[in-house]
Write a protein that binds this ligand. Structure first.
Ligand code: SAH
Length: 342
C-alpha cells in the first residue's frame, strides 16, 4: 500500500507511476495532498487508487486549553489508537506544535508519563503528517499559525527512524508542507546509530535536541533505562560529528529532578560533556504526573541549577512549564484528561 501522505515526493511519484498513474498527475497529487488543506475535497483526486494507496487520518477528538493559551489536542487514528499533540503559543501570532511519533513509548524514562504507557505502536509517516495537517488546520481556524514543529510529543522519533525521516522530507519539501529546516527540531533520548543517520541524511539542517538529563552515566542510567546501550561518551562523540550549518546550535534538554541530577557532581559532568560542543542546556523543571517518584523543583532550585551551570561556563536557559493545567506539558502526555488530578 502506498502511504500517500507520508511518502517523499520523488518516491511517491515513482510508486504511483508503478500502479498506472500518469507522472504529471502523480506530481500534482503530491502538491494537492500537502498544500490545499481544508479547501479541497481529495476524493476526485484519489479515484482509481482504491486498494493501492492509503490516505492516513488523524481525527481531532478532544482538545483542552489552559489559561496560558497552550492547547492539548487528542487525535484518534484509523485503528482507534490515540495520540496527543500540543499547540504552544509563542511570540506574536506564531505557534509551536509539539508532534507525537509513537502511540506510547518504549524508552520507559522514569520521569516521563508517556514512558509508563509502554509502546503500543509507531505512527506511519502518513499519520505523522495527518496529525500535523489536522493540528495546523485547527490552529488556522483560530487565527494562529504553526511556525515551528518540535518532535517532542509522545514517543522516541529516532526509534522508528525511517518513518520520522520520510515525514521530515515531506515537511521540508517546498512543494509539500513547506516548513523551513530551521523551524523543525527533533528531540532524542540518544539513540546513537540513528542520531548519526539523522545527522547525515539532513546535513544538520534540521534541529537536534538531546535529552541529557544527567552529568554522570550512573545517574543517567538510573532514570533512563535505555542509556545502558549509549554511554555519555558515545552520545557526545555523535554530537561532535553532527554538522551545524549557519547559526545552528545543539539543544541539550535537562529535566530538573531535585536531589537526583542537581548535585555538584552532576553539574561538573554536564560541564565536561558540553565542553567543546556548540550547545545550550535547556532546563525543564520536572512536570508531575500520577505515580511519579520525583518531586517538582521550586523555582529557587531551578535557578540554582541555572546558576551552577553558568558558573561552570555552560550556557543555559529555563523552559518554564506551559500547559501543565491540561496535562500537556513535557512528559505529561499520557492520554489522561485534565480532570484526573495528580
Ligand atoms: N523521546 C524524545 C522526546 C521526549 S519529550 C526524547 O527523549 O528526547 C521532550 C522532552 O521532555 C525530553 O527531553 C524529555 O526527557 C522531557 N521530559 C519527559 N518527561 C518530563 C517531565 N515529567 N517533566 C519535564 N520534562 C520531561
Amino acid at each position: 500500500m502506498i502511504d500517500l501522505l507520508g511518502t517523499p515526493r520523488e518516491a511517491l511519484v515513482r510508486e504511483l507511476v508503478a500502479v498506472g498513474v500518469r507522472p504529471a498527475r502523480a506530481a500534482q497529487l503530491f502538491r494537492v495532498l500537502h498544500r490545499s488543506r481544508g479547501v479541497t475535497d481529495l476524493t476526485p483526486d484519489l479515484t482509481g487508487l482504491e486498494g493501492k494507496a492509503v490516505l492516513a487520518t488523524a481525527e481531532l477528538t478532544e482538545s483542552h486549553r489552559t489559561d496560558d493559551g497552550t492547547e492539548k489536542l487528542v487525535f484518534t487514528l484509523a485503528d482507534g489508537a490515540r495520540i496527543e499533540s500540543v499547540l504552544v503559543p509563542m511570540k506574536l501570532d506564531r505557534t509551536t506544535l509539539c508532534v507525537s511519533t509513537q502511540v506510547g513509548c518504549a524508552m520507559a524514562c522514569s520521569f516521563c508519563a508517556t514512558g509508563t504507557l509502554g509502546l503500543k505502536r509507531s505512527l506511519t509517516a502518513g499519520e505523522i503528517l495527518a496529525q500535523i495537517h489536522a493540528a495546523r488546520d485547527h490552529a488556522t481556524a483560530q487565527g494562529r499559525a504553526v511556525g515551528r514543529l518540535v518532535f517532542m510529543g509522545m514517543g522516541e522519533p529516532l526509534h522508528h527512524y525511517d518513518a520520522t525521516r520520510d515525514a521530515l522530507h515531506v515537511l521540508l519539501d517546498r512543494l509539500g508542507a513547506g516548513f523551513g529546516s530551521k523551524s523543525i527540531m527533533v528531540s532524542t533520548v540518544g539513540l546513537v546509530p540513528k542520531m548519526r543517520r539523522f545527522s547525515e541524511d539532513f546535513g544538520g539542517r534540521v534541529g537536534l535536541a538531546l535529552s541529557l538529563h544527567a552529568g554522570t552515566d550512573a545517574t543517567r542510567l538510573r532514570i533512563i533505562p535505555t542509556a545502558r546501550a549509549t554511554p555519555l561518551a558515545d552520545i557526545r562523540a555523535a554530537l561532535l560529528d553532527h554538522p551545524l550549518p549557519g547559526s545552528r546550535y545543539l539543544m541539550l534538554e535537562y529535566v530538573v529532578l531535585p536531589g537526583v541530577n542537581d548535585t555538584d557532581e552532576e553539574l561538573d559532568g554536564v560541564a565536561a560533556f558540553v565542553d567543546g560542543l556548540y550547545a545550550v542546556v535547556n532546563l525543564i523543571p520536572f512536570n508531575p504526573f500520577a505515580g511519579a517518584e520525583f518531586r517538582t523543583p521550586t523555582s529557587d532550585e531551578v535557578w540554582a541549577v541555572h546558576q551552577g551551570l553558568r558558573d561552570r561556563g555552560v550556557p543555559a536557559w529555563i523552559r518554564w512549564p506551559r500547559g501543565r493545567g491540561a496535562h500537556g506539558a513535557c512528559g505529561q502526555l499520557a492520554l489522561q484528561s485534565p480532570e484526573e488530578t495528580v
